[in-house]
Write a protein that binds this ligand. Structure first.
Ligand code: FES
Length: 256
């Protein structure tokens, strides 16, 4: 897609520079001006409070998007509002300062901003329980960010963490790339499907509680076969390990 991922670590006395991944900050810790998206995922500390100030924002590329899923006070809200009003930057804010935003706050009417009510911490939970991306939601995101709907759809369908269909509250994402398959991933998938009562991937069980999908490499090949389940990686899977997870989930349902 031509985009570059540029990791950086802001909460240190000196910015971390990862040349091998083309990560760069200038000496003040500002983003270099070729970042299309700057995503904030830092704790709120004395060093990060106000970290994204007017200077930081001014260093961002024109048209870039600031994503804040960290804490509101990491960003200088007045400085951000000024950038939004000028039309130079856009933002997607899951957290704000103040929070909650008072009804008359300037962020409500600033252009080019998406506000969500501090749900970032539960986004995956919500998605795994009930959520998925609808065409309407993607169209709305495209309109708000002034992007082509095809671009938003392309991003959403590229990453397996975005789902186009509902999934069960207990969702098994089993890696079926080569190392995991060589170590029994297919058999694990068959076993899970039998136990939760579905015949194929991405099907939700009749009670709506379980589903399974096959995913690409999750980066834990040395622990193959493995899967992501309820936000955690589960390694060296065996039918017995899977059974224990399913039994526990069912006990939760019935309150046994
Ligand atoms: S192949 Fe399964 S985690 Fe890499």
């Amino acid at each position: 897609m031509g985009n570059k991922v540029m990791p950086s670590q802001a909460d240190t006395s000196a910015p971390v520079v990862l040349d091998s991944l083309e990560g760069r900050l200038d000496l003040k810790g500002y983003p270099t001006p070729y970042s299309d998206v700057v995503a904030l995922m830092v704790p709120l500390t004395s060093r990060t409070r106000g970290m994204v100030d007017a200077g930081f924002l001014a260093a961002m590329k024109t048209g870039a998007v600031l994503v804040n899923v960290a804490r509101g006070p990491v960003v200088d809200t007045d400085a951000l509002v000024a950038e939004l009003r000028s039309g130079r930057l856009r933002a997607a804010l899951d957290v704000t300062d103040p929070e909650p935003l008072p009804p008359e706050h300037a962020l409500w009417t600033a252009p080019g901003v998406i506000l969500t009510p501090h749900v970032g911490g539960s986004t995956q939970e919500a998605q795994e329980e009930i959520g998925h991306l609808t065409p309407e939601a993607m169209t709305e995101v495209a309109e708000l960010l002034k992007l082509d709907p095809g671009y938003v759809s392309g991003v959403a369908t590229f990453y397996s963490l975005f789902r186009m269909e509902p999934v069960g509250e207990h969702h098994f994402a089993v890696c079926t790339n080569l190392p995991c398959t060589l170590r029994g991933a297919v058999e694990i998938c068959d076993h899970i499907r039998r136990r939760i009562g579905v015949s194929q991937f991405n099907e939700v069980s009749a009670d709506g509680r379980f589903s399974i999908e096959d995913v690409e490499c999750l980066g834990a090949c040395e622990y193959a076969p493995m899967m992501r389940y309820q936000h955690r990686y589960h390694y060296d899977l065996t039918p017995e390990k899977v059974d224990a997870l399913i039994d526990t989930a069912r006990e939760e349902v019935h309150g046994d």
